[in-house]
Design a protein around this ligand. Structure first.
Ligand code: ADP
Ligand code: MG
Length: 697
């Protein structure tokens, strides 16, 4: 087929440049070139006169004759200089690099269209590394009014292949009589969503007639990209439902009811009730549940998890709950043990640090069904752990677990247990749709009543004394305080030093016996960590100096002040998690973000976002915009995000539309048997085979 032709066969490319394209841009075929979309377009319809150029202008274009090409300067600091003259004056052109190629490719006494950014140097205007075009060149003439700009690497430029070269190749490709493009969407979908034809869109994305056309082409291609990803994800979901008969948890039993009526220390929020109902509806229908519960920090996910597990045990099955850290697992164990102590349920804790003898006993009791409810860390998914009849597995704070670990949970049985994933890192809707597109989602969008919004303040290191004063006041009122130091892997030593120094200063400022200070960091042994944590939980210490080991999940309602040191070093979701450690009781809570005056614009924006909102979803959106999806936790390993044109931070609406349309199509014609859907079947199959969008022709 024409589009799968190896790239070196395109007129003007050949073996050497073909190699370059493969190595530098992973362009192997005509099709890959077609999908090497411009990163932007520039308007070059206006031609300026030399006398009108000013150093504060953006990119401009001038037409003139090139004179006096010469090399200046000494070896090592050489530059190539030329003059460009039009009927109003003379402009200097300067190159610091690529002299050989430029000397070979441009000629003196010839007319050129010069494109670049004007600068002022020693009182005269020049352009450094200008783009030179032959005004008579047909391709240039044709596309000058709105010209595509293509990414290319330094290596390519050194060998004379730049954006313009690529533009010409794309032009050659599109104008080839054999060039043809199959439609990938049904006429119906195109018509009802106002989408451009595929062929027209692919042509227009490179060479649009005007900005409006460009926008339409880009909309069509984004839709297509999202649509096929969504089809793939939705198919997973459908298939899982068909493949796995879930365990039927039909009864609301004794444990659940007794817990609800006599053990729950508070009234559930409406959101908690709703989510429990959603889970209940899932598990009684005989289909395996895969549900993501999103709930902001402090929204009360733990009881939802517990009640789901009780539901499971009521039906004669075991349940387990996995947490990312030992501190958190221990805390879950204690909370749940406490809440269920009057119920006939055997709850057990299993972690890496559990003594070997104890572990052996636990393994045995899991296999013979003595243990009803197991709480722990990664130790839960080790091969040695076998349940008698696991009915539900809960993964808390999912962002610490990979998709793979989630899958391992399913293999714990001959039949897969129901899986509930809980995350306190709210994920923007677009990301949730892509990363967890195969899961059903529930949202706990309400905090328990009576919580006062946390006050967030930014303070510079210079006002430290005032902050200490404030801390003493709070401690006097009986409150407890966290002080968190960053712990970044590359500079772990330095951070450790900061933490220890910080601890010493705090101990001096807050001396015993009036005050007691705890310290907690990754270098402590598990038993030591537990000891320190427990002292703080019991209120025996007033201040907890810690690294981010306390980031996730820890629940000490009496702690009402969170001080984050070097807050500029933390990411938004981390800051949000940290702030979530306070505001859990009835008292007014505070989060104080300490930082240097000097910090990057992005860091400033992060801290401002924290001050402005406590809404986890808004913070997640801001995070996505600031960092881009590739940087967000848990997304890196997902090939799904290898998007060709769609942008998860900006294209929310198109993605949502694509998902809705994909759902509709699948519900009406899941196998694409209808004639009108045949075109899509082919692309769907191709897309399922390869995650790389651009490889599809
Ligand atoms: P997260 O969603 O962050 O895991 P937790 O489950 O740790 O939140 O709950 C935070 C705190 O709120 C706990 O102290 C818990 O006992 C309390 N809590 C949970 N649900 C309610 C409720 N409906 N009313 C009052 N307090 C609640
Ligand atoms: Mg939690």
């Amino acid at each position: 087929m024409f589009l799968s032709t190896p790239i070196e066969y395109l007129k003007g490319i050949g073996p050497a440049r073909g190699e370059l394209l493969k190595k530098e841009l992973q362009i192997f075929t005509f099709n890959d070139l077609l999908f090497h979309f411009p990163y932007r377009h520039i308007d070059r319809s206006k031609v300026y006169k030399v006398k009108d150029l000013r150093p504060d202008m953006p990119y401009v274009q001038v037409k003139g004759c090139l004179y006096n090409l010469r090399t200046l300067g000494t070896k090592g600091g050489q530059r190539l200089v030329a003059e460009l003259k039009d009927d109003t004056g003379t402009l200097e052109l300067v190159w610091f690099q690529g002299h050989k190629w430029i000397k070979e490719s441009i000629k003196a006494n010839k007319e050129y269209l010069v494109f670049g950014k004007p600068n002022e140097f020693n009182g005269t205007i020049n352009i450094v590394h200008p783009n030179l075009d032959d005004p008579e060149d047909a391709a240039i003439k044709k596309y000058l009014h709105i010209m595509p700009m293509y990414n290319c690497t330094e290596k390519m430029k050194a060998r004379g292949v730049d954006s313009k070269t690529i533009m010409k190749w794309v032009n050659t490709l599109l104008l080839n009589p054999a060039f043809d493009i199959e439609e990938s969407l049904s006429e119906n979908i195109k018509a009802s969503n106002g989408l451009m034809d595929r062929k027209a869109a692919l042509f227009t994305i490179h060479f649009p007639a005007n900005p409006a056309e460009l926008a339409k082409a880009s909309h069509r291609l984004k839709f297509e990209e999202f649509f096929f990803i969504q089809l793939k994800l939705l198919r997973y979901k459908v298939k899982r439902h068909q493949l796995f008969n879930g365990i039927k948890l039909e009864n609301i039993g004794e444990l659940f009811n007794t817990f609800y009526h006599s053990c729950l220390p508070f009234e559930l929020t409406n959101a908690q009730k709703r989510v429990i109902k959603e889970i209940r509806a899932d598990v009684k229908r005989g289909i395996q549940m895969n549900r993501l519960v999103q709930g902001d920090v402090g929204s009360g996910k733990t009881v939802v998890a517990l009640m789901s597990m009780l539901m499971t045990i009521d039906n004669g099955y075991q349940a387990c709950m996995m947490a990312p850290t030992e501190i958190l697992a221990t805390q879950h164990f204690e909370t749940i043990h406490q809440l269920t102590k009057t119920l006939p349920v055997k709850v057990q804790l299993l972690m890496g640090s559990t003594p070997a003898r104890e572990k052996k006993k636990i393994y045995l009791q899991l296999e013979n069904g003595e243990i009803d409810l197991l709480i722990g860390t990664h130790a839960l998914i080790e091969n040695k752990v076998n349940f008698k009849n696991l009915g539900m597995a809960i993964v808390d704070e999912q962002h610490r677990f990979g998709v793979e670990q989630r899958a391992r949970l399913w293999q714990k049985n001959t039949y897969p247990p129901h899986v509930l994933v809980m995350t306190a890192t709210p994920i923007p809707r677009t990301l949730a749709m892509t990363l967890y597109g195969d899961l059903d989602t529930s949202v706990i969008d309400e905090l328990p009543a009576g919580r006062k919004p946390i006050q967030t303040l930014m303070r510079y290191d210079s006002s430290r004394l005032a902050v200490y004063g404030f801390m003493k006041n709070e401690i006097q009122k009986g409150r407890q305080i966290y002080i968190v130091y960053p712990l970044i892997e590359e500079s772990e030593k330095l951070d450790y030093k900061n933490l220890v120094e910080g601890y010493e200063i705090i101990c001096k400022e807050f001396p015993e016996p009036t005050y007691n200070v705890s310290i907690l960091h990754g270098r402590l042994k598990t038993a030591e960590k537990e000891f320190e944590m427990n002292r703080f939980i019991r209120g025996e210490t007033n201040i907890m100096v810690a690294t981010t080991v306390i980031e996730v999940g820890v629940n000490v309602p009496n702690a009402s002040v969170m001080i984050v040191e070097s807050a500029q070093k933390f990411g938004l979701s981390q800051l949000h998690q940290l702030r979530g450690r306070v505001g859990r009781g009835a008292d007014q809570s505070y989060c104080i973000l300490m930082s240097d005056i000097k910090k990057s614009a992005e860091a400033k924006q992060r801290l401002n976002t924290m001050v402005e909102t406590t809404d986890g979803f808004k913070i997640a959106e801001a995070d996505l915009k600031l960092r881009g999806p590739g940087e967000l936790e848990g997304t890196a390993q997902s090939g799904i995000l290898d998007l060709k044109i769609g942008d998860l931070a900006k294209d929310t609406a198109i993605l949502a539309l694509a998902r809705t349309v994909a759902e509709e199509v699948l519900s009406k014609d899941p196998e694409f048997k209808l004639a009108e859907n045949r075109a899509m079947a082919k692309f769907d199959a191709l897309y399922r085979k390869t995650a790389k969008w651009g490889r599809i022709s």
